[in-house]
Ligand binder design. Structure first.
Ligand SMILES: C[S@@+](CC[C@H](N)C(=O)[O-])C[C@H]1O[C@@H](n2cnc3c(N)ncnc32)[C@H](O)[C@@H]1O
Length: 342
C-alpha cells in the first residue's frame, strides 16, 4: 500500500457512513480505539473510563459519550446494550505488570463478567495481552467457565494487527461470547509498512526534545548487547513497526521506539507518528499531557483492527436475524461526515 492510500484509508474509513440500532457498551474504554472501529461500522457507543484525560479524548472524537467513572462490581447500567466490548486492564497479565493476574487489585474481569450477567448482550468481546493464555491460563479458564455459565458459546483467537491493515506487529488475545455463527475476521493480504504510515513525517518533524543524546545512544547499545539483540531495534521504513506499548513510546527506555534520521541521529516517535502506527486517523485529537497521550495510544486497540472486529460482530447480528439489516441502517447526512474532518 502506498503512503497516500494508508493515510486516506485511516482518515476516511473510520468515519461512520451508516447508523445501526445496536447500542454498544465499551467498558474500560480508554481514549476509544476500540469504540472508534465500532462507530465506523455504524454502532452507537457508550464508554466508561476512569481516566479523565482519556475520557476527554473519547468525547472530543467519538459520536458516542464516555462517562468518567471508576467501574466496580456494583456498577449498575441503566440502559440495555446488544453488544459489550472492552479492554479490562492488562497489567495483571502482562510481563511488565508482574503477571499477578487474579490476585492483582487492578483485575477488571469481575467487573466485565458482572456487566455481562446484568445486561445479557447478544454478543460480547474483550481484548487482552497474550500472557493470559500462558502464565494465567488457570484464571483464564475460570473466566471462560463463568461466562459460559451465562449461556454463551466462547471463541478466542490471537489476532495480529499487522494482518488487518495496521503497520505494526501487535498480537493480542480476543475473546468473543455469542449464541452461534460468529466468525473472526479474515486477515488481509498485504502488510502496511512504517514508510506507508509515517514516511512523510520522519524528516519533517522538528522536535529536539525527542532526539537521542549520546548517553542515550550508549544506553540503548548496552541494553541491546545485554539482551543479545541481533539487529538494532530502530524502526525500519520497509517493515511494520514492532508492538507499540505505553512504555516504549512514552519515555526514553532501552527498547524505546525510535526512527533513524538521514543525518544519522535517532529520534523517539512523536505523538502523531505513534498514533498513525496504531491506525488512529489524523483528525483524531488526543487530550492531556504528552505522556498521557502516549499512554492512551499505547493502551488502545488499533481502530482499523477494531473496525474488522466490528464488521464481524455486525455480520453476526445480521445473520442471527434479530433485525433485518436494511431496516436498521440509516445513511449519515453527508454534511455530518464532513464535520468530522479537519
Ligand atoms: C487497555 S486500556 C483500554 C483501551 C481501549 N480499549 C482502547 O481501545 O482505547 C484499559 C483502560 O481501563 C481503565 N480502567 C482501569 N480500571 C478501571 C475501572 N475500574 N473503571 C474504569 N476504567 C478503568 C484504564 O484507565 C485504561 O484506560
Amino acid at each position: 500500500m502506498s503512503h497516500g492510500n494508508y493515510i486516506k484509508r485511516i482518515n476516511d474509513s473510520l468515519i461512520p457512513k451508516v447508523h445501526l440500532n445496536w447500542p454498544v457498551l465499551d467498558l474500560f474504554a480508554g481514549s476509544g480505539g476500540l469504540s472508534l472501529g465500532f462507530e465506523a461500522v455504524g454502532f452507537p457507543t457508550t464508554g466508561y473510563e476512569k481516566d479523565r484525560h482519556a475520557v476527554e479524548t473519547y468525547n472530543r472524537n467519538l459520536e458516542g459519550h464516555c462517562f468518567e467513572q471508576t467501574l466496580t462490581c456494583d456498577t449498575q447500567f441503566e440502559t440495555p446494550y446488544e453488544v459489550i466490548i472492552g479492554g479490562p486492564p492488562c497489567q495483571p497479565f502482562s510481563v511488565g505488570g508482574h503477571q499477578k493476574g487474579k490476585k492483582d487489585e487492578r483485575n477488571g474481569f469481575p467487573i466485565f463478567i458482572n456487566a455481562v450477567r446484568q445486561l445479557k448482550p447478544q454478543i460480547w468481546l474483550f481484548e487482552n495481552v497474550r500472557g493470559m493464555l500462558y502464565s494465567n491460563k488457570g484464571y483464564f479458564a475460570e473466566i471462560l467457565r463463568e461466562l459460559t455459565a451465562e449461556g454463551y458459546l466462547i471463541e478466542y483467537q490471537l489476532l495480529n494487527a499487522v494482518n488487518y491493515g495496521v503497520p505494526q506487529t501487535r498480537e493480542r488475545l480476543f475473546v468473543v461470547g455469542h449464541h452461534g455463527k460468529f466468525t473472526f475476521p479474515s486477515p488481509e493480504a498485504n502488510p502496511v509498512t512504517v514508510g506507508d504510515a509515517i514516511g512523510d513525517l520522519i524528516e519533517t518533524i522538528q522536535d529536539d526534545s525527542k532526539i537521542l543524546t549520546p548517553s542515550m545512544d550508549r544506553y540503548v547499545a548496552n541494553y541491546e548487547r545485554a539482551s543479545q539483540c541481533l539487529r538494532p531495534r530502530d524502526i525500519y521504513l520497509d517493515k511494520p513497526a514492532r508492538t507499540l506499548t505505553c512504555r516504549n513510546i512514552a519515555a526514553p527506555t532501552g527498547d524505546m521506539q525510535r526512527v533513524r534520521l538521514q543525518e544519522g541521529k535517532r529520534r523517539r516517535l512523536v505523538v502523531r507518528e505513534a498514533a498513525r502506527l496504531q491506525s488512529f486517523p489524523d483528525w483524531f485529537e488526543f487530550c492531556g499531557t504528552e505522556t498521557q497521550q502516549y499512554y492512551q495510544i499505547g493502551n488502545a486497540v488499533p481502530p482499523l483492527l477494531a473496525y474488522h472486529l466490528a464488521t464481524a460482530v455486525r455480520n453476526y447480528l445480521v445473520m442471527t436475524g434479530r433485525v433485518e439489516s436494511e431496516s436498521i441502517e440509516k445513511l449519515v447526512q453527508p454534511q455530518l461526515t464532513q464535520m468530522s474532518l479537519f
